[in-house]
Design a protein around this ligand. Structure first.
Ligand code: HEM
Length: 170
């Protein structure tokens, strides 16, 4: 990749992936509000807000972080499977995205329960607790790629070592 293009692609990657961290943190704050607030209006508002945040912000940013991460890996000498830190970032982001997609149904269910005429606090509390645990776990998992990106710990995979070895002279 040319230097200008590489910088542009890196800017998009950092914006998407760090934005994802911020959006998951906001989702966690709403989950805590839904679970702990004594004010019924707050509880009723928190879960639909979480559903919108997940659908409109978190899912698109998760795909953007993955796609731009692939561009950063494949378009630069870092490669996708040459350095353990890059491979680990890919696996963690992929894992978090898959869990997020699986939990989208539960997020919709919480929004539906919050909108019912008679608020079933016990049902909502169970779903809300599960969502909060997943949001906190997701945030912790996604902080690891951010740390790896800055420290870039050494460690080259077997494939990376093969690629770095100079080609034998014939
Ligand atoms: C939420 C997940 C992610 C976060 C928070 C994140 C964050 C970052 C940050 C802050 C940088 C800039 C580091 C620097 O310039 O010193 C970076 C670079 C990079 N990221 Fe990610 N990233 C994520 C996901 C991914 C994924 C899934 C991949 C691979 C598929 C990836 C591959 C890379 C590569 C190769 C670079 C280095 C680019 C370069 O220096 O040219 N990232 N990432």
């Amino acid at each position: 990749m040319r230097s200008g293009l590489r910088k542009f692609a890196l800017t998009v990657h950092v914006t998407a992936s760090v934005g994802l961290l911020g959006a998951v943190a906001a989702f966690l704050a709403l989950a805590a509000l839904g679970l702990m607030s004594a004010d019924e209006r707050m509880v009723r508002a928190a879960y639909p807000a979480m559903a919108v945040t997940a659908r409109v912000v978190i899912v698109p940013l998760a795909f953007a972080a993955l796609a731009t991460g692939l561009v950063q890996s494949l378009g630069t000498p870092w490669g996708l499977v040459r350095h353990y830190w890059v491979l680990l970032k890919l696996l963690l982001t992929l894992f978090a995205t898959i869990i997020l997609l699986i939990k989208m149904r539960l997020i919709g269910e919480a929004a539906r329960l919050a909108g019912e005429t008679a608020l079933l606090r016990a049902d909502l509390r169970m779903v809300g607790f599960e969502l909060m645990v997943h949001a906190a776990g997701g945030l912790l998992v996604l902080i690891v790629p951010a740390v790896l990106s800055v420290y870039k710990p050494p460690g080259i995979t077997g494939y990376g070592r093969q690629r770095l070895r100079p080609a034998p002279r014939l």
